[in-house]
Design a protein around this ligand. Sequence first.
Ligand SMILES: Cc1cc2nc3c(=O)[nH]c(=O)nc-3n(C[C@H](O)[C@H](O)[C@H](O)COP(=O)(O)OP(=O)(O)OC[C@H]3O[C@@H](n4cnc5c(N)ncnc54)[C@H](O)[C@@H]3O)c2cc1C
Ligand code: FES
Length: 285
Amino acid sequence: MTAARERPAGHEQARLYVPEVATIVRARDLTPRDKVFVIELPGRRNLGHMPGQFVQVSVFGYGEAPISVCSPPEKQGAFDLCVRNLGSVTGALHALDAGDKVGIRGPFGRGFPIDSMKHMDVLIVAGGIGLAPLRSIIDSVFLNRDEYGRLVVLYGTGTPEDILFPAELEAWQLEEGNEILVTVDEGGPDWAGNVGVITTLFSEVDIDPVNTVVAALVGPPVMYRFVLMELEGLGIPEDQIFFSLERRMKCGVGKCGHCQVEDLYVCMDGPVFSGGQIKKLHESI
Ligand SMILES: Cc1cc2nc3c(=O)[nH]c(=O)nc-3n(C[C@H](O)[C@H](O)[C@H](O)COP(=O)(O)OP(=O)(O)OC[C@H]3O[C@@H](n4cnc5c(N)ncnc54)[C@H](O)[C@@H]3O)c2cc1C
Ligand code: FES
């Protein structure tokens, strides 16, 4: 099952191990604990990522954290990261602002197979902060709209205050051929939308299983099992389903073993895996 692990040669190797000093050119609060950073590499060089890939971000004096790129590959001269303040590195990153410097290694890992999604309907299933990496695909679909079929986004999060990119969700919904469904675990008096876990949204959409490719990042491992059951219930073949996994990481380049799940390194063999791979990785779900 393990595909050959390829490494770049020569000076490209250095980018695996040595952080490049990059500049935060914009930082904005999305929610009380989530912030979006726009980052420029020296010379405004493009990062050259695929949706689903991640970078190792270092905050000098604190350490490194793996963060997915949340802008599409088509964005020129800068890239976006959406970061939840969870601990020491992410907390230190939240204290930074425009003009501050960070270290960047990467991009790392295998992303979503965006080319095989072309001319298909795209179903995005996002739980919580999982919407951030998937925004990279959604925006890429928008920038190449003629090359894809319907776009359906199912997004579940904790409360209405936790909703990421609310203005973008509204804009995505406005375009013909798109369906954006949001649910929250706890609604509150001002919430008129869906309440319940993300799997409650599956019964509200019509999916053509033969013609649909799924990209999902849904939070704790148990959710992957339930989402996979729903997708299989809809008749979507497992080789048209792609999940991104999150594991504790250190090196990001297959050296330290922190991210190992059975015989795979999530940092190099993933973080994106097919439904068939995920089913064999019992530990992952
Ligand atoms: C491939 C990948 C992509 C990611 N993309 C994003 C992203 O786009 N945005 C984002 O905000 N976060 C993302 N994360 C999670 C992020 O890397 C962690 O939140 C971060 O490393 C925490 O570091 P810290 O020093 O701030 O927290 P720590 O002080 O190290 O820990 C704080 C808490 O977070 C928990 N934690 C730490 N790392 C992880 C992890 N990988 N998974 C689950 N729990 C963890 C710890 O157990 C602890 O409870 C991603 C992780 C991976 C592996
Ligand atoms: S993070 Fe070190 S092997 Fe994957």
